[in-house]
Design a protein around this ligand. Structure first.
Ligand SMILES: Cc1cc2nc3c(=O)[nH]c(=O)nc-3n(C[C@H](O)[C@H](O)[C@H](O)COP(=O)(O)OP(=O)(O)OC[C@H]3O[C@@H](n4cnc5c(N)ncnc54)[C@H](O)[C@@H]3O)c2cc1C
Length: 450
């Protein structure tokens, strides 16, 4: 047996969001035969682009910010050859404006892990003291039931101007409810790791162009099958194994060495896998996309304090606004949201007064699970009670919030588990096999719906 031969059969990956794509890419790289099933006619799940006929442009379902410290995402992007589809500002700087007093600043972490930047008053968030930052060391000793607001001093400007906006953006949960342990992990992997981990990475043309389409191309080149319109209804089980995948109108028997990665959203996984406990409380994200010719001098993105809008992202002809943990506004009519959010954006970017430009409001009511201590306790591991059935998805217990990084890590973890089980001497998913060793066509999926 060579180092790259396997006793395994096919791997059936269900769900072509980032978790399923990451699992498929890692497994295909490891020489496994991968079949990827997706219920819809497109891949990407909650992280994708589409053409908006009203605005006449392509938009993302929601702004997604990646940082260079998102190492699994970076490695996935490199592997699918999409690094050059990202804009990476030369400096690790996160710009902010406070609408209550018009103050502007940038958070620019020091190069290494030691946060020298907080020693210089000119580099600190305006209105903050060194002792405020020192108090954040409490994040290192938090218990599983602690929330961000209970651990950090919510009366300080540092809380209002840095910790709260970062926690809400990363955890999609209010600071009063968000798990301090999860936030601590995010801080440690980003701002706490210095500038090297904080360079923003912005998908230049769109999320699909950067994170989804290159992965599908990559899979096709590796001989993977991609089956759109394939909605998994049930899995058959017997003697500790998944034995059959049942789709609308067709079923696929699983052979003894086949594996399944279930990479569907939490609620759907719980319907398919008996007894599976998953997070069951979700938080909304509202995005507003304004059709607006953006002057090139504007920052590529900006954090907004003291408004309803929280972040604004600039693209060529679109300004996009994000509001996370958006329970307080999600039920308001789109026409109202247009005006409220545009007012904040125009002030934040100091735009010349114009009527609200044409816009599209995208409400993702179940954007991510709510990252409260109680919900975290419901996250399942990759492994299931069935030997050949593995979970992936941003809800799986990766130790990270429901993010691109979390979803990709969950997919890589599922792939790694399969590789270790089938090929115990291999510790990690290995490097790509030579291009000639695998078939290069995408085959048809007989069971897919028309
Ligand atoms: C508006 C918004 C903004 C966000 N902003 C950020 C951000 O700035 N940074 C960040 O890191 N993260 C952000 N996130 C979170 C990130 O998008 C998600 O964590 C990630 O995309 C989840 O990927 P996933 O593969 O786990 O799940 P999904 O993307 O939900 O993928 C699951 C896939 O399974 C398919 N499926 C469902 N049922 C079936 C079935 N029965 N059979 C077959 N297929 C099925 C679905 O169609 C879907 O394609 C944001 C999310 C939203 C919604």
């Amino acid at each position: 047996m060579t180092a790259r031969s396997h006793s395994g059969g096919k791997v059936h990956v269900v769900g072509a969001g980032l978790a399923g794509l990451a699992a498929s890419v890692a497994l295909a790289d490891d020489g496994r035969r991968v079949v990827l099933y997706e219920a819809r006619a497109h891949a990407g799940g909650r992280c994708r682009s589409f053409h908006d006929s009203e605005l006449g442009v392509r938009i993302d379902n929601g702004n997604h910010l990646l940082l260079s410290g998102n190492r699994a995402a970076l490695s996935y992007i490199e592997r699918i050859g999409a690094l050059d589809t990202f804009e990476q500002p030369a400096e690790a700087a996160i710009p902010f404006v406070d609408l209550s007093d018009g103050e502007r600043w940038e958070v620019r972490p020091s190069r290494g892990r030691v946060p020298w930047w907080i020693l210089r008053p000119s580099r600190r968030v305006p209105g903050t003291q060194l002792r405020d930052y020192a108090a954040a060391l409490r994040l290192r000793r938090v218990g599983p039931g602690d929330t961000v607001a209970a651990v950090l001093d919510r009366g300080t400007k540092l809380f209002r101007r840095l910790w709260e906006p970062l926690a809400v953006a990363a955890l999609n949960t209010s600071a009063e409810q968000a798990s301090a342990a999860l936030f601590s992990r995010v801080v440690s992997e980003t701002i706490g790791s210095g500038a090297v981990a904080c360079r923003p990475m912005l998908a230049r043309d769109g999320l699909s162009e950067s994170l989804v389409d290159p992965a599908l191309d990559y899979l096709s080149r590796k001989g993977g099958e991609i089956c759109f319109g394939s909605r998994l209804k049930e899995v058959g089980f017997a003697a500790g194994y998944a034995t059959e995948l049942r789709f609308d109108g067709s079923s696929i028997p699983l052979l003894p060495h086949d594996d399944v990665v279930l990479a569907v959203p939490a609620a759907i996984a719980a319907r398919i896998v008996p007894g599976l406990v998953v997070p069951d409380d979700h938080a909304p994200i509202v995005n507003a996309h304004f059709r607006y010719e953006t002057p090139a001098h504007l920052p590529p993105f900006l954090g907004i304090i003291g408004g309803v809008a929280e972040w604004v992202f600039r693209k060529r002809d679109i300004l996009s606004v994000t509001v996370s943990a958006a329970d307080r506004i999600v039920d308001r009519p789109a026409a109202e949201l247009h005006d409220i959010l545009w007012r904040d954006v125009a002030r934040a970017l100091a735009l010349a007064p114009v009527a609200t430009p044409p816009s599209r409001i995208v409400k993702e009511r179940r954007a991510t699970f709510r990252a409260t201590p109680a919900q975290l306790a419901r996250r399942p591991p990759t492994a299931t009670a069935w030997n050949n059935l593995h979970l992936a998805g941003d809800f799986v217990d990766t130790g990270l919030p429901a993010t691109i990084e979390g979803a990709i890590r969950s997919g890589v973890a599922a792939a790694g588990r399969i590789t270790r089980r089938r090929n115990p001497e291999s510790a990690t998913v290995g490097p790509p096999p030579s291009a000639t060793s695998l078939p290069t066509t995408t085959q048809d999926c007989e069971h897919a719906l028309p």
